[in-house]
Design a protein around this ligand. Sequence first.
Ligand code: SAM
Ligand code: SF4
Length: 497
Amino acid sequence: MGNSYDIRDWIDKRIKPEQINKYISKGNGFINIQKINAKLSEKKSSDPKKIKDILSKSIEIKTLSLEETACLLNVQDESLIDQMRQAALKVKKKVYDNRIVTFAPLYLGNFCVNDCLYCGFRKSNLEAQRKVLNMDEVGKETEVLAGRIGHKRLIAVYGEHPLNDIDYILKSLGQIYKVKVPARKGFGQIRRVNVNAPVFSIEELKGLKAAGIGTYQVFQETYHEPTYSKIHPQGTIKSDYLWRLYCMHRAFEAGIDDVGLGVLFGLYDWKYEVMSLCAHNIELEEKFSIGAHTISFPRLEPAQNSPFTAKSGFKVEDEDFKKIMLVIRLSLPHSGMIITARESASMRRDSLALGITQTDASTRIGIGAYSEQDCSQDIGRQQFILGDTRSLDEIIREFSQLGYITSFCTAGYRCGRTGKCIMDLLRSGQEGKFCKLNAVLTFREWLDDFASEETKKAGEIIIKKELAEIENKLPEFYPKLVEYYKKISEGGRDLYF
Ligand code: SAM
Ligand code: SF4
């Protein structure tokens, strides 16, 4: 499909209003601008007793109400902010302990029929070098990621275009899962592919579910409809705010129970956006009993032929960005939080104490860039310029030195611990014990297969500490863990609880 008539026809058939009408009353979705603004202006004073009560609720791993989130967003007092930081650490420790998950983005195609004013892939960017990876190239990219770097998780990223439509996406997922590369002791393999893709119909989402995706991730970009309409030109698929807003409702209807929400910070007022993200999570919890598995909060970066990125008027400064992470950690205590290589190394380091649970490493966002020698960041081929291009090995070394264990565990979704089940386990702290055991086993695999000598040294210290802690705190699991650990040290792979 290539000529403009065919493409217009394809675009016109994408949106299926009958799949969302039942959720919409009088043309309005679940985000109410007036109500959110009213809550933000009502909850200006920060009574220390009230803040203390809110923080206790977070520490009990309960989702905060919008009023409570508004209170936290409005806190200015440094000593209260300090209490918020301490509470965020407690939440993180309780749900995720000292584990951190790593992944890599894999950009498969940058053709796009949309024209989002902030994105280098927009159709009006005539200088973009457009490419969709063929299956052979998808295999080569995966071989580098899984076989040379040692990633076990990817987020596959796609533009919206007939050349990378749902059939292409399903084929590419199959190709990624097929790759198996010998490594030093075992083998490299991608065990979980999350997807950051356009919004789909229920039928297409059923296909994604059947392909074995991990998290289905879509960012609303902005929940402020007037701003949304300004930056997504009329006539494009993405200009339909409600079709996008209800994409996760359709995902749940299609049987996907692991979803990732996000906002592109810098398009509109950040406090409004945090409130709306939380409102989206509450809506999903109310309707489907499952909240967001992960939250992403990319900040707007400069992009080729996208001058809007420099003049949105809502740039988020570093201190406010840290407050965003802090409030999300406290408001949505069970959700994973993802910071990406868009941010600098020092911001990523600081974010660890604010409750981050996942980050990417060895990141390249040019189409086909992992299997090329040239690692220059050519803006014509990628969406924006990265802030931190350190390798997975370097990042893991740093995490180890800071006392974090990197987990490559992908067991949860492969043995049915997803959706409501995982939410309940996370809330009760039960999932933690499986995660702790699997973190040790998968980290052992990675150290043996991929670590440099220097990183291995730092990693061994952490792993020893974790083993001792498990023997002490989870004695009932220790003998089985030792059995698996020994098998893995001898080259066995993919053993998990
Ligand atoms: N095409 C799909 C979509 O729009 O949802 C998925 C891929 S798109 C490349 C992934 C995300 O990149 C978008 O949801 C947006 O939040 C983010 N993005 C786009 N332009 C950006 C920029 N200039 N800086 C930072 N993030 C950006
Ligand atoms: Fe296309 Fe997504 Fe970029 Fe918009 S953000 S232009 S939909 S790739």
